[in-house]
Design a protein around this ligand. Sequence first.
Ligand SMILES: Cc1cc2nc3c(=O)[nH]c(=O)nc-3n(C[C@H](O)[C@H](O)[C@H](O)COP(=O)(O)OP(=O)(O)OC[C@H]3O[C@@H](n4cnc5c(N)ncnc54)[C@H](O)[C@@H]3O)c2cc1C
Length: 383
Amino acid sequence: MPDSVKTSRSDRPVLIVGGGVAGLALGWRLLHAGRAVQLFERDRAGRGASWAAAGMLAPDAEIGFEDPELYRLNRESLRRWPAFAAALEAESGIGTGFRTGGAVHVAADRDEAEALRRRYDFMKAQGLDSRWLSPAEALDIEPFITSRPAAVMYSPSDSQVDSRALVEALQASFLKAGGTLREGTPVRAVEPDARTPAIITENGERVEGSCVVLATGAWSYGMEGLTADQRPPVRPVRGQMMELEVAPPFDLQHVVRSAHMCVVPKSGGRVLVGTTMEEMGFDARVTAGGLYTILEEARRIVPGIDDLPVRDIWAGLRPASRDHLPILGPSSAPGVVMTTGFYRHGMLLAPVASEEVAQYIFTGETSAWIAPFLPGRFEAVSA
Ligand SMILES: Cc1cc2nc3c(=O)[nH]c(=O)nc-3n(C[C@H](O)[C@H](O)[C@H](O)COP(=O)(O)OP(=O)(O)OC[C@H]3O[C@@H](n4cnc5c(N)ncnc54)[C@H](O)[C@@H]3O)c2cc1C
């Protein structure tokens, strides 16, 4: 790129649409790289899927044998998490609840035990630290799991964060670093252009920037101004969660997971239980059936939750792309960059996605980390 173009592009702000973990983290990185950033959020920042997440940072637990590229990205992001959390906490003064401590994976029946064994063998083959435990060893590490597990694996590297504290820390850091946050401002359309891309808000305001970033989560497909091929094929996948109040003698120390459910101890005497995976369009309501499924499955692995008072229930919409992989980097629409499609891993992927997409915006170079996840892969398929 000629220097004159680079300079004039840098004078205008980067326009980010969507104030979830993806948009806030990217904005914060760009501000630190010296760019001006305006972020448009139609509601309040951080109240989409990012508010609903359990906050598990678990590349191994959610390892997909068929997605080696995503697995690599997930592991790299976990590696970057301690520095990411430390920098955010230092800037915002807000604790993110980031902690390591591992996860205990419990199989409640024979089928689940076989699936867990396959996962364990795969992890071992990758050289990862995971341990196959006898029931007695497992109960020693975590006394609140079921007393009759069919199989148990311990994965020491799994970590977690408090999702709501994280978005609050991100928002505070974004503002402190000089970002402009425009909440209550829905964006209707983007205007792609190599030199002066722009956004149009719902009430008709047009804002020009150096580049436009779609960080619009489950709503990404609906953005006007892109051709059908350029629109990121993202759909919502509902997840319901429940927050319980810890009451003695219940004192869970580890994240406990089954094939479909997790029980996650949090600070402040809370434990989160969830979650469901439902294709219900944009319906983000909590349902009786959803709560029933959560409780039925969770009490098989941690029966002690039965006696805990319910504090809160909610649902959120995961942004799932057509191939369930994130969508990162430049699109074929000139001046339009994407950071969306995070599906079940938006918290985990925040450090690596924000850093690598910011790097692209800054240098125009696509790193090896995001190369497998470029938006263009869907256009190639359609063509
Ligand atoms: C129940 C549940 C549990 C989960 N647990 C985990 C977990 O343990 N670990 C993990 O890593 N991930 C987890 N996830 C996934 C994670 O929450 C998501 O991947 C992540 O939050 C996506 O972040 P985002 O910023 O892309 O989307 P969002 O947080 O949804 O943010 C998108 C934002 O864009 C705004 N927006 C949309 N359209 C417009 C527009 N036109 N104009 C202006 N603003 C707009 C929305 O209002 C929203 O605030 C979970 C998700 C759910 C639902």
